[in-house]
Ligand binder design. Structure first.
Ligand code: DCT
Ligand code: MG
Length: 509
């Protein structure tokens, strides 16, 4: 699906020369006198250039046919900053430091706005450090693609095709260790580094390949260097052998056990789950009791066929009580992952009254309880307020009504290619999250619950720092206009933010 942002300006394919052959274009009034544009033909082509020049002039921009001293902005497409400098050098033109080198996305946004828009980092063409003008562009491993990588995950397309897993696995371990030790700054640095490497369309082979990639600091580069040299990360290896890391990893693998409880058990000297389970003096929450009871099922990940079977179960039950309800699988499965630690669903209804909306999760879970399918259920009531501004916290939980469940999924409901039923037991315990949202907030809730977490964090950070807007799972607020921006689809939210649409399977940041 193309978002409104993805529209191409002008013809891309060559057309028979018929239009514009009459010569001089009609003069237009210049409305924006401070800027003088020059559009580079290289890699763009004559037709598209002519189209863009004409369009920009019609919108009141001054566009020069030739590159002269008066030009303030050079706009290029599919060129890096180095490419443009190289071209200037070939023309014997010395680029002044005031000359702006901009990507076509800037002009596109100006055309949409009908006036010059603010130049952001993402519009500026990057000039590679040490770029050797004699080298053949694109001859190396990936540098052409390294040019304009954004520091924000929401401006990168991150599929599950990860070329840099050796590096990202190490970063994930190091980030998790920092999370366990509550080293927030370092944790975030490793998560951002992992995230940016997951988006690269090529594997990193030498340190040279990391040039121009954002979000890589000294510490992360040091880890990369180690892996390039030894094939593995000594830092990550040390963490995997670390007593505290191993214990925290094990303890937090129990449903209902967070950092605080893990810390407590670690301090008490426990290192295995059986020690903990046999300590009669320990008090467990209902959640933790269920976590221990169904531990084996819950640590074995949920497969896609299992997620599909749960989806059928959820849809059948929901529609029985609210026939017009929409049920959407969100989380990792919506992003195309083949396994998950749970299955997430978003539910809404265009027609339901507030009462019906509030009752649905209760009715659905009661129905499953009667059928003996509800192994654990915790319903959190809504604290949603219509006119509340979005939260400033990046990791804040949303206010929608939701329930955290463990469902009994009978093997008979799962369509498998070949039967892989375990002996003895005819079902598997599966973690399921259901979220109920008001119909007019569906797009925001869907965007928020699709993840990944890093993608969500960066969407909010981008909204705040680049757009003076506030985004969360409920709403988008424009601080400049002092108004809420409504949306019926994810595409509209991206458009409000001035972002190209990123498909769910490209959000695996
Ligand atoms: N989410 C969020 N903030 C939270 C919790 C969740 O933004 N505090 C979003 C991000 C992902 C989505 O909800 C679903 O969460 P998880 O199930 O934890 O993540 P997942 O990507 O589905 O991962 P998994 O495959 O392990 O379930
Ligand atoms: Mg999930």
């Amino acid at each position: 699906m193309d978002s409104p942002q993805a529209v191409q300006l002008g013809p891309r394919k060559k057309r028979p020369r018929q239009m514009g052959t009459s010569g001089a274009s009609i003069p237009h009034d210049v409305r924006f006198r401070d800027l003088v544009l020059f559009i580079l033909e290289k890699k763009m082509g004559t037709t598209r250039r002519a189209f863009l020049m004409d369009l920009a002039r019609r919108k009141g921009f001054r566009v020069e046919n030739e590159l002269s001293d008066s030009v303030t902005h050079i706009v290029a497409e599919n060129n890096t900053g180095s490419d443009v400098l190289e071209w200037l050098q070939l023309q014997n033109i010395k680029a002044s430091s005031e000359l702006e080198l901009l990507d076509i996305s800037w002009l596109t946004e100006c055309m949409r706005a009908g006036k010059p828009v603010e130049m952001m980092g993402r519009h500026q063409l990057v000039v590679r450090r040490n770029s050797s003008l004699s080298s053949v562009p694109g001859s190396q491993n990936g540098p052409a693609a390294v040019q304009r990588i954004s520091q924000y995950a929401c401006q990168r397309r991150t599929t599950l095709n990860n070329y840099n897993q050796v590096f990202t696995d190490a970063f994930d371990i190091l980030a998790e260790n920092d999370e366990f030790r509550e080293n927030e700054v370092s944790c975030l640095a490793f998560m951002r580094a992992a995230s940016v490497l997951k988006s690269l369309p090529f594997p990193i082979i030498s340190m040279k390949d990391t040039e121009g990639i954002p979000c890589l600091g000294d510490k992360t580069k040091c880890v990369i260097e180690g892996i390039i040299e030894d094939g593995e990360s000594s830092e990550a290896k040390a963490v995997l052998n670390d007593e505290r890391y191993k214990s925290f990893k094990l303890f937090t693998s129990v449903f209902g056990v967070g950092l605080k409880t893990a810390e407590k058990w670690f301090r008490m000297g426990y290192r295995t789950l059986s020690e903990i389970k046999s300590d009669k003096s320990l008090k467990f929450t209902q959640m933790q009791k269920a976590g221990f009871l169904y531990y084996e099922d819950l640590v074995s990940r949920v497969s896609r066929p299992e997620a599909e079977a749960v989806s059928m179960l959820v849809k059948e039950a929901v529609v029985a009580f609210l026939p017009d309800a929409l049920v959407t699988m969100t989380g990792g499965f919506r992003r195309g992952k083949m396994t998950g630690h749970d299955v997430d669903f978003l539910i809404t209804s265009p027609e339901a009254t507030e009462d019906e909306e509030q009752q649905l999760l209760h009715k659905v879970t009661d129905f499953w309880r009667q059928q003996g399918l509800l192994l654990y259920c915790d319903i959190i009531e809504s604290t949603f307020e219509k006119f509340k501004q979005p939260s400033r916290k990046v990791d804040a939980l949303d206010h929608f009504q939701k329930c955290f469940l463990i469902l009994k999924l009978h093997h008979g409901r799962v369509h498998r290619e070949k039967s892989s039923e375990q002996e003895g037991k005819s079902w598997k315990a599966i973690r399921v999250d259901l979220v109920m949202c008001p119909y007019d907030r569906w797009a925001f809730a869907l965007l928020g619950w699709t993840g990944s977490r890093q993608f969500e964090r960066d969407l909010r950070r981008y909204a705040t720092h680049e757009r003076k807007m506030m985004l969360d799972n409920h709403a988008l607020y424009d601080k400049t206009k002092r108004m809420f921006l409504e949306a019926e689809s994810e595409e509209e939210i991206f458009a409000h933010l001035g972002l190209d649409y990123i498909e769910p399977w490209e959000r695996n940041a």
